[in-house]
Design a protein around this ligand. Structure first.
Ligand SMILES: Cc1cc2nc3c(=O)[nH]c(=O)nc-3n(C[C@H](O)[C@H](O)[C@H](O)COP(=O)(O)OP(=O)(O)OC[C@H]3O[C@@H](n4cnc5c(N)ncnc54)[C@H](O)[C@@H]3O)c2cc1C
Length: 459
């Protein structure tokens, strides 16, 4: 791209080019190194007006661009023909505790939202990792340990301000452009650059059943060869809706020990979760795990333990979530075998984890129709391939496909569900279920972004 063209926007807002070596590299970083490309420039708007200028400039000059908030997807990257509009320097939150709504803007990350809401004794649906960009999380569904109590994050969007494909800044709410509200509640990343969203918040009491703002997070560690009996016991826990419990059954080699194990990582929400967990997870304690423990954690800090997992860099990393209908111990045992084969033959894939994610209760239904079609999914395969060396990438990809095939073994193809905010490779119908929904989203895309400025999805 011509340097003269970049100079025109550099007169209006802060712009980094490859010549700004260290700073450019810093803003280029993403959670994963997969397909990470180098743009001609990184635009760093500091206000909503500057965001609009950036999009308007790119659209007018036919410069391909992508927005970037937390950098946790594989999609906030573009090559030398385009620019990244990086929202890191335009980021924040205000909370209206009386009305239980919060306005999030720009590249605000999860942790900031959690901390600010907690100051008022409140919380909302947030992801498992602190550094994930809050707005993209809300826009494409937003799966969380709170969905059964509070609903998917996209169901909590009240309104938004959005820059359209022709560079206009518009309001989106029940009165203004309501059809776009339908779209951004689940498929928002494909319809514009969202500068702000207003979301619903909840008191600790409403969300967690106690006013201290605490949840109980535990861990039960077993040797891998006990996977079958552990899963048999977990079958009784994962759908026992007497308790507000959720978590992961995971095969991996977590730090610091780095020893292969089956880890059960449950969360319990209750008035007195420390006491109730003894009853809720009694059958797990009875299995005599190698390690068992846990404790109350404040909701604002509940994602801190996963900070290393959410950090940028570290090679070839990919998080893939696939909808499942039940926990089948035989299948998870087979998954464990695949993990062992992979990590034994390819030690640089040792950070890979394959997990079954459960919630003992279904996601809270939404009182309106929207792009989000994941309300009937209670269980997910949560698989993260992580290769620290290029030698294991092919084997890890093959193992991942095998694992997904095994876990989906009992499903008909038309039942397949891919998590909307994970990978975009598969058929769109797996992320957005139902002909009517896909048809409506295609029509909205044609009307609002027929040229595919915000990706070709739905065109
Ligand atoms: C370690 C890890 C843990 C995760 N945990 C969860 C979880 O618990 N629950 C869950 O639901 N998801 C989870 N995710 C998925 C995550 O929510 C999505 O990948 C999300 O899109 C990442 O947002 P980001 O801002 O960090 O990424 P980015 O790569 O910055 O952005 C993601 C996409 O949104 C676009 N975008 C960025 N900002 C805007 C904007 N303001 N307006 C419109 N489009 C924009 C980008 O162009 C890109 O296409 C996790 C991902 C990882 C890697």
């Amino acid at each position: 791209m011509a340097a003269t063209l970049i100079k025109t926007i550099a007169q209006e807002l802060h712009v980094l080019t490859p010549a700004d070596t260290a700073e450019f590299e810093k803003y280029l970083q993403r959670w994963s190194g997969i397909n990470l490309r180098r743009p001609a420039a990184i635009l760093l708007p500091r206000t909503e007006e500057e965001c609009q200028k950036a999009v308007h400039w790119a659209v007018t000059n036919k410069v391909p661009f992508t927005a970037k908030s937390g950098g946790h997807s594989l999609y906030s990257t573009v090559n030398y023909k385009g620019v990244v509009i990086d929202l890191s320097d335009y980021a924040g939150i205000t909370h209206d505790a009386a009305n239980k709504t919060a306005v999030l803007w720009g590249g605000v990350i999860t942790k900031t939202v959690a901390v600010e809401l907690a100051k008022d004794g409140c919380c909302t649906t947030l992801p498992a990792v602190n550094a994930v960009g809050a707005i993209p999380f809300f826009l494409n569904g937003g799966l969380s340990k709170n969905v059964a109590q509070l609903g998917y994050a996209s169901d909590l969007i009240v309104s938004a301000r959005l820059i359209t494909a022709d560079g206009k800044l518009i309001d989106v709410d029940e009165k203004n452009n309501p059809e776009l509200l339908y779209a951004i509640r689940g498929a928002g990343q494909y319809f514009g650059l969202v500068t702000q969203i207003t979301i619903r918040t909840f008191t600790f009491e409403e969300a967690l059943d106690n006013s201290r703002g605490n949840v109980w997070d535990g861990r039960f560690i077993f040797p891998v060869d006990r996977v079958q009996e552990v899963c048999e016991v977990m079958k009784g826990i994962v759908s026992n809706d007497k308790y507000a419990a959720n978590g992961l059954i995971m095969v991996g080699a977590p730090p610091p020990a780095r020893k292969p194990c089956i880890a059960i990582l449950p969360r319990l929400m209750a008035k007195d979760p420390s006491t109730l967990q003894q009853e809720a997870f009694k059958t797990l304690y009875d299995l005599n795990p190698l390690i068992s423990g846990g404790g109350e954690v404040h909701i604002a800090n509940a994602a801190d333990a996963l900070d290393p997992l959410g950090a940028p860099g570290g090679g070839y990393k990919k998080l893939v979530l696939t909808g499942l209908q039940e926990l089948e111990p035989d299948r998870f045992t087979e998954v464990t075998n695949i993990w062992q084969e992979l990590t034994t033959s390819h030690p640089s894939a040792l950070s890979t984890t394959f997990a079954f994610q459960w919630d003992s209760r279904l996601p809270k239904p939404a009182p309106f129709e929207s792009a989000n079609s994941m309300h009937n999914v209670q269980f997910w395969a949560n698989n993260m391939t992580w290769c620290t060396g290029g030698d294991s990438v092919e084997a890890a990809e093959a193992a991942l496909q095998k694992v997904i095939g095994v876990l989906r073994g009992g499903q008909r193809e038309e039942e397949y569900v891919d998590f909307a905010n994970s990978l975009r490779g598969g058929p769109v119908e797996r992320r957005y279920a139902g002909e009517a929904r896909v048809g409506k989203l295609k029509e909205l895309k044609r009307v609002w972004d027929g040229e595919g400025v915000f990706s070709r999805e739905f065109l």
